[in-house]
Design a protein around this ligand. Structure first.
Ligand SMILES: CC(C)(COP(=O)(O)OP(=O)(O)OC[C@H]1O[C@@H](n2cnc3c(N)ncnc32)[C@H](O)[C@@H]1OP(=O)(O)O)[C@@H](O)C(=O)NCCC(=O)NCCS
Length: 234
């Protein structure tokens, strides 16, 4: 089933995804849609690598170059394999009609840092390797997390499936996971120009700080300002 221009009339919008996700580890709805854990298999690895890069393509092009994007996708796909088992309990895939279409990555305090696949970097030139390494410096690390805080590392939905409530459903699932881990807050960083800020606000997040680091943030990520947003969990 391939929607065209996001307007496939066969695919109903997901109008409600919510508190059912707070009691069920697998979210089921009247449309053929559910959320499950990421798997350590080639299909999920390829999907996660492709979506991660495509959803933040500007950032990866800024760090490397347009011509390097296929290698970046391959590298990030390879890094999805052979991680600590906890990694596959923290990261979730949204499937629509059996097809993976969305992903969310969560981090809790004490989680192991995901292993890098340094062998995969061999295909890059040194400028690309520097660019990819610098990307990590723009973001928070596991050590920065406070007790009782869940960090939402990334959420993305395939472009042609956006606007159907899948992003909201993934955020609801993140709330659920954070609560069952005893967290009191869930936080994230977002580019000040990303429209997703409105989605986060509607989900109960508020801006708690801004990072204006025009020098190195621009150099490493191509972004001038990040907002830190937080949601208190009841
Ligand atoms: C952010 C993202 C995950 C949202 O996923 P999604 O499945 O489209 O989200 P939803 O369908 O739940 O949309 C929620 C709301 O945003 C609105 N929306 C969706 N796409 C939009 C767009 N391109 N511009 C403005 N609003 C949009 C929806 O209409 C909906 O509004 P409503 O609740 O008033 O009906 C998705 O757009 C994405 O992958 N973006 C690229 C990656 C990214 O920027 N991630 C977030 C930064 S960390």
């Amino acid at each position: 089933m391939t929607p065209q221009n996001g307007k496939d009339p066969v695919l109903d919008p997901i109008v409600s995804q919510p508190q059912s996700a707070l009691v069920l580890p697998v979210t089921q709805t009247s449309v053929p849609f559910h959320i499950r854990c990421l798997r350590d298999d080639p299909q999920d690895a390829a999907f996660a690598g492709r979506l991660t890069v495509n959803a933040f393509r500007n950032k990866y092009v800024h760090a490397t170059s347009e011509g390097s994007i296929p290698d970046v996708i391959r590298t990030i796909s390879l890094e999805q394999r052979g991680q600590d088992p906890l990694y596959y309990q923290r990261n979730f895939v949204a499937e629509y009609d059996g097809k993976p279409v969305g992903i969310i990555y969560l981090i809790f305090r004490g989680d192991p840092i995901p292993r890098e696949n340094t062998a995969a970097l061999d295909t890059f030139g040194c400028c690309d390797v520097c660019g990819l390494k610098c990307l990590d410096y723009g973001f928070r690390t596991v050590e920065d997390l406070r007790d009782y805080e869940c960090y939402l590392d990334m959420v993305a939905v395939e472009e042609e499936f956006r606007g159907k409530g899948i992003g909201k459903a993934l955020l609801d699932r993140a709330d659920h996971e954070a609560r069952i881990h005893g967290c009191r807050t869930i936080s994230l960083l977002v580019d000040v120009n990303n429209w997703a800020i409105r989605l986060y606000e509607r989900q109960g997040y508020t801006v708690t700080s801004r990072s204006w680091k025009c020098g190195w943030l621009w150099c490493t990520l191509g972004i001038c300002c990040f907002l830190k947003m937080e949601k208190r969990l009841n």
